[in-house]
Design a protein around this ligand. Structure first.
Ligand SMILES: [Zn+2]
Ligand SMILES: [Zn+2]
Length: 278
């Protein structure tokens, strides 16, 4: 990993921890503050080097357990009251031909080729993406269209895009540049358009969280072990999952072939209220 990227992430995490504790201490309930101080929080903060970012629960609520699936090194998740703040360095935790040749996760292209690949390496990106969503999101009264750029954060650490490559430009023309995870670089960081088989291939695994706070799962649903048949236009439905004992709304990668052998991650509209990913 790029050292400057790591240090900016560390700074952001420290800030997040500080803000989280300040928010907690400044809130209405003084007994709550005592609880937080006497538990792991304060010691943890002062000794944390920032290398083990992981998932923190600094609020009094319970963070949705699905968030514990996100990569500990790339993604930091903080529960703050009823909100969840997800921050990532944008890096995927798996191999790709889009890593620069000197990176240990670099592999030769298989479904694409060096000639077809988009310009730029994964490790060129220096920055972070932050998304703040409700810990228990609800569906909006009407659906809203996704836009260009990041529309979700995957469990790997990289971001999720929709099925467009530019304003009104369908993905098809750029499909040849996608690696075996249906992802490529540019104009900012490495991002997925298609089923990312490094962590979800024809299964019910958690893929990531969409900008409206709903989780995106693989093509199968854990509630039945097979392809759901009751999906709405966005690939969503309400059922239990491996991370929710009570039925809750979530999305699936729709089991509809794209270009003969791929599956688009999220071609539909948001069914909740989306927040910007910055
Ligand atoms: Zn793209
Ligand atoms: Zn499901």
């Amino acid at each position: 990993m790029n050292p400057s990227n790591l240090s900016s992430l560390t700074l952001a995490i420290t800030l997040a921890l500080t803000l989280g504790l300040t928010g907690c201490g400044g809130s209405e309930d003084s007994t709550d503050v005592t609880d937080a101080t006497s538990s792991t929080s304060s010691t943890d903060t002062s000794t944390d080097t920032g290398t083990d970012t992981g998932t923190e629960d600094l609020g009094s609520g319970i963070l949705h357990t699905a968030y514990y699936e996100f990569d500990d090194n790339n993604v930091n998740v903080v529960l703050s009251g009823t909100k969840v703040v997800i921050e990532t360095n944008g890096m995927p935790n798996h191999t790709s031909p889009y890593w620069s040749a000197s990176n240990e996760l670099h592999v030769e292209p298989t479904v694409t080729s060096y000639a077809k690949m988009a310009p730029g390496y994964i490790d060129d990106f220096v920055g972070t993406y932050t998304l703040t969503v409700d810990n228990s999101p609800s569906q909006a009264t009407s659906a809203s269209a996704t836009g260009l750029g990041a529309i979700g954060i995957a469990v790997s650490g990289a971001v999720i895009y929709n099925d467009e490559e530019g304003p009104g430009i369908p993905l098809d023309g750029a499909a040849g540049s996608l690696d075996f995870n249906g992802a490529h670089t540019g104009p900012q960081s490495y991002h997925y358009h298609l089923e990312p088989i490094s962590f979800s291939e024809d299964d019910s695994n958690l893929v990531g969280v969409i900008a409206d706070g709903f989780f995106l799962y693989g093509r199968k649903c854990n509630s039945t072990g097979t392809y759901p048949t009751d999906l709405d236009a966005s690939g969503g439905h309400t059922s239990i999952t491996q991370f929710a004992q009570d039925a809750e709304y979530h999305y699936h990668i729709q089991n509809e072939l794209y270009l003969g052998s791929y599956y688009i991650l999220f071609p539909g509209d948001y069914q909740g209220t989306a927040s910007a990913i910055r």
